[in-house]
Design a protein around this ligand. Sequence first.
Ligand SMILES: [Zn+2]
Length: 211
Amino acid sequence: MNGFVLHGVSVKPGERCRVDMPITLLSNHVPLHLSVQVLRGQRPGPVLFLSGAVHGDEIIGVEIIRRIGQLKRLHALRGTLLCIPIVNVHGFIGHTRYLPDRRDLNRSFPGSANGSLAARLAHLFLQEVVERSDYGIDIHSAALHRRNLAQIRIAPGDEQLRRLAHSFQAPIVIEAPLRAGSLREAARERGVPVLLFEAGAGLRLDEEDIS
Ligand SMILES: [Zn+2]
């Protein structure tokens, strides 16, 4: 009863479940998946997605989402968390921002069901995660050899996002224009507000940025 259904898998209130959605095969036929942890609270509420490593070398979100998944206070969760610590699996394995064909996933939204690997991954993420969510937080870091002060970026003039950003008591909130083909842009077109959290440097996990 009352199951949250993701990719054919039903998750009941109070349950936690991993849903693996096939993306493609590696050259040795090993399947790669978009892996989503579904955490359902006992009580009803909104659906929030947390995404990391859309750029495969920006690994800070992987650790932040892992720690959020271990929080004891999740027992009081209202609604549903969709945790996707690694969106760009190829880039994460290869320590690179890009997909194997050098496409940038965060310039490939909304994508398509039959396009390039980046287009198909963008399409899958949009359809299965973003369109099932009421809100999202997308976690990035600076590029290699650079470091971003922890900050939240919101679309210019978006009062709802500004209120959300301030509800986290974020010390720095920046209005940043939406890039064409980005996850934030595609989510906004579907009416799903997404905060962009930026902290730290590429291929590094610094405690100060994670906590
Ligand atoms: Zn990024």
